[in-house]
Design a binder for this molecule. Structure first.
Ligand code: ADP
Length: 238
């Protein structure tokens, strides 16, 4: 599936226009615009409560919009039936959340392999791909442990492997290092952005931490439900 052409002949991977989202009388998003290109790593910054997580959930089609549009790869996400949207999310998107959110009853390798298994990949092949990604994320030594038996840093790397294993084109990461100490956080960011760059995946990276944002190509700032500022990161000046 390829995107519709613009005057320049290319379309961003995802374009959100004038997004609105209300929780009761709270306008969590109040006309937010956002764009990300294929392979781009964009940090979404801003104070707590400004609308960053709501923006991420609306971009990923997890939350329904009260206004505006999200176009992904030529499709208007909000116009797709729920089943189509879920299918697209499974095939094209990867997710990393603050606390990893692994399934506690499954081993780490089973967690990483889960999306492939759900897509119909045979167990042996799914777990072999999962193990390769775990090695890349430097956690293949915990493949047979359950999430409760490994450290927070290891859990988050397992979660990153899980986000990458099915070859997503777009990864949504919401405060991915929020529960980690700075050393583990930096290593997790190096591994996440390194893997995304190698595979050509784009990353929407919600964070309030400037050290995490330093791994991005570009920063946007969310304030009062609007995306205010876009700053291109100049190579070598992070
Ligand atoms: P951030 O991620 O920048 O901390 P959020 O997107 O979580 O901000 O929240 C933006 C605003 O929307 C806040 O005022 C928050 O209290 C409100 N909000 C977010 N999610 C909900 C929800 N599920 N129910 C009610 N209010 C919410």
């Amino acid at each position: 599936m390829s995107g519709a052409n613009t005057a320049e002949g290319t379309e961003a991977l995802l374009t959100a226009t004038r997004l609105r989202k209300y929780f009761g009388s709270t306008a969590a998003l109040n006309g937010a615009d956002f764009t990300i290109d294929s392979g781009e790593v964009v940090a979404v910054m801003g104070p707590s409560g400004s609308g960053k997580s709501t923006l991420l959930h609306c971009l990923a089609g997890i939350l329904d919009l009260d206004g505006g549009t999200v176009r992904y790869d030529g499709h208007e996400l909000s116009a797709l039936p729920d089943t189509e949207r879920s299918r697209l999310r499974r095939s094209d998107f990867g997710f990393v959340f603050q606390f990893g959110q692994l399934v506690p009853e499954l081993t780490c390798v089973e967690n990483v392999a889960l999306s492939l298994r759900l897509a119909g990949v045979a167990r042996r092949r799914a777990e072999s791909s999962a193990t390769e990604w775990m090695a890349r994320l430097e956690v293949d030594d915990v493949r047979d442990k359950r999430p409760g038996q490994v450290s927070g840093g290891q859990r988050q790397r397992v979660a990153i492997a899980r986000a990458l294993v099915a070859g997503p084109r777009l990864i949504f990461a919401d405060e991915p290092t929020g529960a980690l100490d700075s050393l583990n956080g930096e290593r997790a960011m190096e591994l996440l952005t390194g893997a995304a760059r190698d595979t050509g995946a784009a990353v929407v990276l919600v964070t309030h931490d400037v050290r995490v944002a330093a791994y991005s190509d570009r920063e946007v700032v969310v304030r009062d439900g609007q995306v205010l500022d876009t700053t291109a990161r100049i190579a070598g000046t992070t």
